[in-house]
Design a binder for this molecule. Structure first.
Ligand SMILES: [Zn+2]
Length: 107
């Protein structure tokens, strides 16, 4: 039986700046936050479906959506665990490798 499903996670990437929050109506610290959703097979081999960055107020958690490409250019990386991001590719590679090995050893 193949077990698969999906999930979501939030990654806090540190404080950005202190500025006026229109929801709190006062100056607040803001943080860069990544929201993402992923699918997985056997909870291990993942594939990210959607990712969005937000600059949110630390108190009310409201804020604005940021441009993904711009944020990732500044970060220089995508802060999602490797297996959640590329796990599906790893699974395919393992299947191919297993197939090659079984062909090679069957002669
Ligand atoms: Zn606020």
């Amino acid at each position: 039986m193949i077990i698969f499903g999906s999930g979501g996670d939030v990654v806090h990437l540190g404080q950005t700046e202190t500025k006026y929050c229109p929801v709190c109506e006062r100056d607040r610290t803001f943080s860069l936050v990544l929201h993402y959703r992923f699918s997985h097979v056997y909870y291990l081999f993942g594939m990210v479906e959607k990712r969005q960055y937000f600059d949110v107020c630390d108190v009310c958690n409201r804020g604005e959506k940021l441009d993904r490409k711009e944020v990732e250019r500044q970060l220089g990386r995508v802060p999602i665990p490797f297996m959640r991001r590329f796990g599906c590719l790893v699974a395919i590679l393992l299947l191919v490798l297993f197939g090659v090995i079984s062909v090679l050893t069957s002669h």
